[in-house]
Design a protein around this ligand. Structure first.
Ligand SMILES: Nc1ncnc2c1ncn2[C@@H]1O[C@H](COP(=O)(O)OP(=O)(O)OP(=O)(O)O)[C@@H](O)[C@H]1O
Ligand SMILES: [Mg+2]
Length: 635
């Protein structure tokens, strides 16, 4: 595939049906209308794209105090449902009742090429401005002479003013500026001029500005599509507190296990293999355990029922006949059946009748076969392990503006590095330098040495295909070659269901697109595999399977991640970055028994070091300029 041109600004999503989304972070249905519902109600919603059904007859209520976590595999329709709930898309069938000002954070920020950070923030304030305008109008109406002279009109005007005042108080329209600064600081994006164009800040920074803009507008209901994908620990904690104190319904789609555990009061699983939605009111972790146990029970019941049906069939068609033949009329039995044989035959007939009844009952009430679920097929063989004591890659005196300053960083064969650090610490910049997407300045940038013939590939944080009209199958063939595609079909990775393989990639969900990017890499496994935030957008099931597969990957692996779950389970080298520099490095604990106490101590120290690095960085986070996500090399 040819290299893609520089990534264009993400256009406004084609599924949006109304005005540009930058002006629609917060929806404003008539704010003077009374009364605004305080809950969200989804009533019999069914939605498809062309002939592709996505949501079928969904009904749910999200109360004022609910914080609903929407979960489900990539492509099940979480984003579609959120857009429908927020009024950005109209369902084919059914309707949604929502508060007058309902805010929607898109999974990827929607903006026009000329938009600035400030445009995005103003987009979040549209609803709030409408509340302000309504308060002004209501105040004017109060002093209108014709109203003063008419008791009924006066009562109405008073009621309208009281409503407008209550709405203005709830929206805190008088404190926009201090709240804006607090949100921007809390989400770790202070120091970026508000007149900067949105295509000149990193994807992560854009998402955080969009989140700040949305929260600033104080919508009465919040809809958030994967809000923590670009947040470090401090910002996630900040958001968690905001949501826990939110005074209206909150619905968020997420694959972030720790965040779901901490924030959701109720979980809704959009699982197309089940009838209707599954609601669960425990933690996500408990839900996953329960779901796995339920699936096991289901599989077990299905297997034993099928075995029983087979046994009964055998009894009915074979055993009964054989037994009956054995005790059939004997040649010398002229009168009739032998007395004993007659008894046996009657008993057999009874058994057969019982078996028949049992069979019919079981056949009618048997459980369905558990539908097959996507399961990652693992990383195919082919990454030849490069041996030796020499590094595969080595960075010396690497400098990228004020984003990266590494004196020495080497990747040894079969090594495992986890790069951590707060937003803007330089994680993506480091990966992009290693991937060759950011070239070091030949004079001032230091050097990157690589072994000859080294294959390096990176799973980017955000994946965009240059030719979204091509199908996943075609892109795969063009990237890996038709021969390899035939020998190792895309379907063999268990990353996409067959019906999505022949759909244009631009129509697939964001997680599904990232799954394709992953397939393109592992079809030709690289010697050095770089993964930028591997758990973003990928379903938790896949993220865990991928993590396991990486454990035995024969090449070297470098992962940049803020995901708490992944960090806790990491067993390789940990590198904490802050302001582009390595502030701590912890090598994996060598297992030399008995070392449990030491290992624990080491892990603890590492966590503390990370926390220190975070604290240090957030203390002086004013000039953040984290990596602009590199372009996709091919698509
Ligand atoms: N504009 C569109 N045109 C055609 N199909 C679409 C469009 N938007 C979404 N779809 C399809 O609808 C289904 C649900 O997509 P959606 O983005 O809602 O999934 P999701 O659950 O949010 O997935 P992810 O976890 O990857 O974010 C997918 O099969 C997708 O291909
Ligand atoms: Mg989605």
């Amino acid at each position: 595939m040819p290299a893609t041109p520089p990534r264009p600004a993400r256009p406004v999503n084609p599924t949006a049906q109304a005005a540009p989304v930058r002006a629609r972070l917060v929806n404003t249905e008539d704010v003077s209308r009374k009364p605004s519902p305080t809950h969200i109600r989804v009533d019999g919603v069914t939605h498809s794209y062309a002939e592709h059904p996505v949501l079928t007859d969904l009904t749910m209520i999200i109360d004022k105090k609910d914080r609903m976590g929407l979960i489900g595999e990539n492509g099940v329709g979480k984003s579609t449902l959120l857009r429908i709930m927020g009024g950005a898309e109209t369902p084919n069938i059914g309707r949604v009742v929502r508060p007058v000002r309902t805010g929607l954070l898109w999974q990827e920020v929607q903006f026009l090429p000329s938009d600035t950070v400030n445009d995005l923030i103003e987009g979040g304030l549209v609803g709030l401005r409408a509340v302000e305008a309504e308060l002004d109008d209501a105040a004017h109406a109060l002093s209108d002479n014709s109203v003063l002279d008419d008791p009924i009109a006066s009562r109405r005007a008073n009621a309208r003013y009281a409503r407008a005042l209550a709405a203005a108080e709830a929206a805190d329209v008088w404190n926009v500026e201090p709240r804006r600064d607090e949100l921007i600081a809390g989400l770790g994006i202070s120091g970026i001029p508000l007149d900067r164009r949105l295509d000149e800040v990193s994807g992560g920074q854009r998402s955080r500005f969009a989140l700040a803009a949305l929260l600033l507008g104080r919508p009465l209901a919040l809809l958030l599509d994967e809000p923590t994908n670009h947040l470090d620990d401090n910002a996630t904690d900040f958001l968690r507190k905001q949501l826990i104190n939110w005074r209206g319904p909150v619905v968020f789609a997420s694959h972030d296990r720790a965040f779901l555990d901490e924030v959701a009061t109720v979980l809704v699983d959009i699982d197309p293999t089940r009838e209707g939605l599954v609601r669960f009111s425990g933690t996500y972790t408990a839900y996953l355990t329960e779901k796995a146990a339920e699936r096991k029970r289901w599989e077990h019941q299905f297997r034993s029922e099928q075995a029983e049906l087979q046994r009964l069939e055998y009894t009915l068609s074979v055993t009964a006949r054989e037994v009956s033949n054995d005790f059939g009329r004997k040649d010398n039995d002229k009168v009739g059946f032998d007395f004993k044989a007659g008894n046996v035959e009657r008993a057999v007939a009874r058994r057969v009748r019982n078996a028949e009844a049992h069979y019919l009952d079981l056949e009618e009430n048997q459980v369905w076969a558990p539908p097959s679920v996507l399961s990652f097929g693992g990383i195919p063989k082919g990454a030849q392990e490069l041996e030796g004591d020499e590094p595969l890659m080595q960075l010396t005196s690497a400098r990228v503006g004020d984003r990266l300053a590494l004196d020495d960083f080497a990747i040894m064969p079969n090594s495992r590095h986890l790069i951590t650090g707060p937003n803007g610490a330089g994680k993506s910049t480091l990966l992009s330098v290693l991937a060759g997407a950011i070239k070091l300045d030949p004079v001032t940038g230091g050097t990157l040495r690589k072994r000859k013939g080294l294959r390096v590939a990176m799973l980017e944080q955000d994946v965009h295909f240059a030719e979204p009209h091509l199908t996943a199958r075609r892109i795969y063939e063009l990237t890996v070659g038709e021969k390899r595609a035939e020998a190792l079909p895309l379907s063999s990775f268990g990353l996409l269901v067959p019906r999505d393989i022949d759909r244009p990639v631009g129509e697939l969900s964001i997680g599904q697109q990232r799954r394709i990017a992953l397939a393109l890499i592992i079809a030709k496994p690289p010697h050095v595999f770089l993964l930028d935030e591997p758990s973003n957008h990928l379903s938790l099931t896949l993220a865990s399977e991928l993590e396991d597969a990486l454990g035995t990957y024969p090449g070297a692996v470098v992962v940049a991640s803020h995901d708490r779950w992944l960090r806790q389970r990491w067993t390789g080298t940990r590198i904490a970055l802050s302001h582009g520099k390595i502030v701590s490095r912890t090598e994996p604990v060598k297992v030399v028994a008995p070392v449990e106490a030491d290992a624990e101590a080491e892990t603890k120290t590492e966590t503390e070091t990370e926390a220190e690095a975070m604290a240090e960085s957030s203390a002086g986070n004013a000039s953040e300029s984290d990596a602009v996500a590199p372009q996709k090399a091919d698509s």
